[in-house]
Design a protein. Structure first.
Length: 519
């Protein structure tokens, strides 16, 4: 047992009752408590606190055809190939069904891949081409109509819609895209949404994930889905704890207050709601993150803020007034520098330390920003798959300047709380491996112990739940993962060969490698 507790990091056995850990010690000590209780002999397997995914998304897409242009997790197909595929699928797909695929920055930026071209390729089908980053998309006319997007509507705050000839071109970025997620969800039947989420939750259990921190695009809609999925599950409870983070949308006149109202009714078991997320800039892939120096592959372009500084100041003032946890997608070093400056101008460091502000995707935490981040008590949530962008990252920042971005080791050594979330590939073992080698910047790689700590206690701390989860300690919720190999000693090349033997949530086995239970 790796307890994650500093003084006694390892133990032999643990006793669980009522969903909580009641004892930790040697096998003999714990077995004296067992009586007629269920006993699991681990046969030398490694037990860790359950993985806690600090940055997860669950997106609902309409029924239709989804096609792949490559097996890459970061596809960037030639626009002509995309059009050819759309045309071929439209010829053999019933009219009215959606045609969808994932694209990259080059396809997103191509003027050859816009609304009119997609209309010509598929005049009777809604078409959606979404950037794999989730920060941009292209739609044809039928898709825009299905999503109730009008040509004459202004851009929402923080969102950008390309126009030409007095109409939308179909290209949308940032909040102009995010606001459509609830509309997408309404296009899919309730029964299918429940089935999708239960499949998603079962997949999380197979990965040993016991908590997800879910960016809830509409809290009412999200909680409603969680209630229905819980009721439809085999046990009446989801096989994962879900911490819903509010994600307010915007209108042309500013932020939409209706997204901040309390959710009505009781929450399902294992579900909590707290914290509010704002996306202050884009990603470096689309060159949307705001940098202090221009992009290496676009001279003179620095990126852009989604919100004006006065709005960010207002968000911070609301955080101070309410005590709510502010969660900021802030990727560019200029965006982070501005955020820190505004925080320091509004309150003392000690005040911010109590509020535990979060920065999601801390790629732009440059060396000179580490000390103020530490003083302000900010938690940095990083996504290890972002550390393996390779040529894409080098192109945006330049190979030399890339060493200034995506810190990990420097954050941990400075005493900054670091948490891990997927924001993409869910597999924690893949993410642990990537954090332990850091392909884009090996000097910033973590030890496996530090990477495991970020995925367990670090994520619980980011959730402001470290008193009840994130370690194996008496009184903590019994969220555990049992692995077939010792992650501390297995050679790196074999790390991903480890399997999840058991996933335990609130003391209940929700996944058993031998039986693979259903819902």
């Amino acid at each position: 047992m790796y307890t994650g507790e500093g003084k006694k990091p390892f133990a032999e056995a643990v006793a669980i009752s009522g969903g909580r850990i009641i004892a930790i010690g040697t096998s003999n000590q714990v077995l004296t408590l067992a009586g007629t209780a269920t006993t699991i002999q681990l046969q030398g397997r490694l037990v860790l606190p359950g993985w806690n995914d600090a940055h997860a998304h669950f997106l609902i897409e309409p029924d239709g055809v989804t096609f792949l242009t490559s097996h890459s997790p970061t596809p960037d197909p030639n626009p002509l190939i995309v059009l050819d595929s759309v045309r071929a699928l439209a010829a053999r797909t019933p009219p009215g069904e959606w045609i969808q695929t994932s694209i990259g920055e080059a396809a997103l930026a191509s003027s050859a891949l816009r609304r009119d071209a997609l209309d010509a390729a598929a005049p009777r089908h809604p078409v959606s081409l979404t950037a794999w980053t989730g920060h941009g998309a292209i739609f044809n006319s039928l898709a825009l109509k299905a999503l109730s997007v009008r040509d004459d509507e202004p851009d929402p705050m923080g969102g950008f819609q390309e126009r030409g000839g007095g109409r939308l071109s179909g290209l949308v970025h940032e909040y102009a895209l995010y606001r459509l997620a609830p509309r997408f969800a309404r296009l899919r039947p309730d029964s299918a949404q429940i089935e999708d989420f239960l499949d998603y939750a079962a997949g999380l259990a197979r990965f040993g994930i016991t908590t997800i921190q879910l960016m809830g695009l509409d809290p009412d809609q999200t909680v409603s889905l969680l209630r229905r999925a819980s009721a439809a599950s085999r046990t009446g409870r989801l096989p994962v704890d879900v911490h819903v983070i509010r994600f307010p949308m915007t209108t042309a006149s500013g932020r939409s207050g209706e997204w901040m109202r309390p959710v009505k009714g009781p929450l399902p078991e294992g579900v909590t709601i707290a914290g509010t997320k704002y996306i202050l800039d884009g990603t470096p892939i689309e060159r949307g993150a705001l940098l202090r120096r221009p992009y290496a592959d676009r001279p003179g372009w620095y990126g852009r803020l989604n919100f004006p500084p006065d709005t960010i100041r207002k968000i911070l003032q609301e955080t101070l007034a309410t005590g709510d946890q502010a969660i900021f997608h802030a990727v560019g070093d200029s965006t982070i520098s501005l955020l820190l400056s505004l925080m320091r101008s509004l309150a003392a460091d000690s005040t911010w330390q109590r509020l535990r502000v979060r920065i999601e995707h801390g790629d732009g935490v440059a060396a000179d920003l580490i000390a103020p981040i530490k003083r302000l008590g900010i938690v940095v949530v990083q996504n290890p798959t972002h550390l393996a962008l390779g040529e894409l990252a080098a192109a945006r920042y330049g190979s030399t300047r890339l060493k200034e971005f995506q810190p990990l080791k420097s954050l941990v050594e400075a005493g900054i709380p670091v948490a891990f979330g997927s924001d993409g590939a869910l597999d924690p073992l893949l993410n642990i491996m990537l954090a332990s080698v850091h392909p884009d910047n090996p000097d910033e790689a973590l030890t496996r112990a530090a990477a495991i700590a970020a995925y367990t206690h670090g994520s619980a701390f980011a959730e402001r739940a470290e008193r009840i989860k994130g370690s194996i300690a008496v009184g903590q919720v019994a969220n555990l993962v049992v692995l077939t190999q010792n992650l501390f000693t297995v050679p790196m090349a074999r790390l991903q060969n480890a399997k999840v033997a058991y996933t335990i949530v609130s003391g209940k086995v929700v996944y058993d490698m031998e039986t693979t239970p259903g819902r």
